[in-house]
Design a protein around this ligand. Structure first.
Ligand code: PGA
Length: 249
């Protein structure tokens, strides 16, 4: 049985004070909840603080990005070793905002995934089609291309630990989520691709999240789908009550 995994992607929101306020409330509401895995991915500047708050709880820490080298003259970058040092267990890789605004392509995503695995981090790999691509019936082609590019050269021992977040780009931050069945169809396709590349066992082990305008009203539509094992939540993860609702439901 795959354990459900709900991750909060705070993006570039929250000062240290804001993060502290969130945690006080979320921790008291959620009371060491263990039925699903809960991962909080704050901006780099709040990682240390969030770690301090959650270190004696079941909740896990995740980063939103990394640079693939271990260390070196790379001004402004953060390495996987530094993320481990801060207590991160997860790292979001290839988010559509990174692809759109920071030029991340499948080759860069692949380097980041390898580096995450090599350094003991579990990647949450984000993939998804744009609206024009869906309209032209290209969703499956895009998903196949993104997965093949991202997983190039990765072995099955690593891949089975992977979390894949299917996030249709047009659903992110728009208030227009995908339909549960459509997201489930893409999740099935993802398992088929993984089965062909690796094995049926690996395909059954990886966890697949849906992301894109998830909220307390629509979360059950996604979690009730057989192939969907959780959610990557942006906007609705910023408020502790709303995020707790999503986790609980
Ligand atoms: P959203 O973002 O929930 O605000 O749509 C999801 C994401 O970008 O991971």
């Amino acid at each position: 049985m795959r354990k459900k995994i709900i991750a909060a992607n705070w993006k570039m929101y929250k000062t240290i004070k804001d993060a502290e306020n969130f945690l006080r409330e979320f921790l008291s509401l959620s009371n060491n909840y263990t039925e699903k895995e809960v991962v909080i991915c704050p901006p780099f500047t709040s990682l240390f603080l969030v770690r301090e708050y959650i270190k004696d709880t079941p909740y896990k820490l995740g980063a939103q990005n990394l640079f693939w080298e271990k260390e070196g003259a790379y001004t402004g970058e953060i390495s996987p070793i530094m993320l481990r040092d801060l207590g991160c267990e997860y790292v979001i890789i290839g988010h559509s905002e990174r692809r759109q605004y920071f030029g991340e392509d499948d080759e860069i995503v692949n380097k980041k995934l390898k580096s995450a695995f090599d350094n003991g981090l579990i990647p949450i790999l984000c993939i998804g089609e744009k609206w024009e691509e869906r309209e032209k019936g290209k969703t499956n082609d895009i998903i196949i291309k993104q997965i093949n590019g991202a997983l190039e050269g990765l072995d099955k021992e690593n891949v089975k630990k992977l979390v894949i977040a299917y996030e249709p780009v047009w659903a992110i931050g728009t208030g227009h989520s995908a339909r549960g069945e459509d997201a489930n169809e893409v999740a099935s396709l993802i398992r088929e691709i993984i089965e062909k590349k690796y094995s049926g066992v690996v395909a059954q082990e990886i966890r697949i999240q849906y992301g894109g305008s998830v909220n307390p009203k629509n979360i059950s539509e996604f979690l009730s789908q057989p192939e969907i094992d959780g959610a990557l939540v942006g906007g609705a993860s910023l408020n502790p009550q709303t995020f707790w609702e999503i986790v609980r439901i």
